[in-house]
Design a protein. Structure first.
Length: 93
């Protein structure tokens, strides 16, 4: 289900108003935090590489152009093929 930016902002406003009125029950808190998270993720797009760069985070691919990061899909395929390596297994390396 697609939700518009206006709907997300409305949810943030309503949840914030309930929070500021002193409501601290579990459902109000969940609504407050989840609306803030949705606003951060979908409206401000805080979870993008561009925003991370704006915050000063380093990108290994820019620092080391020859670096090829492992993809999640590749990692899962490796596990399913039985070739996965436990990160902290004894006697490796």
């Amino acid at each position: 289900m697609k939700v518009s930016e206006e709907q997300i902002k409305k949810e943030v406003d309503e949840a914030t108003a309930a929070f500021e009125k002193g409501a601290r029950d579990r459902m109000t808190m969940i609504r407050f935090y989840s609306s803030q998270y949705n606003y951060s993720k979908y409206v401000r797009a805080d979870n993008t590489p561009e925003f991370a760069e704006y915050l000063g985070y380093l990108d290994a691919r820019k620092l080391y152009p020859d670096f090829q990061p492992r993809t999640f899909t590749g990692f899962v395929e490796e596990l399913l093929a039985g070739k996965g390596i436990k990160p902290y297994a004894q006697g490796q390396g």
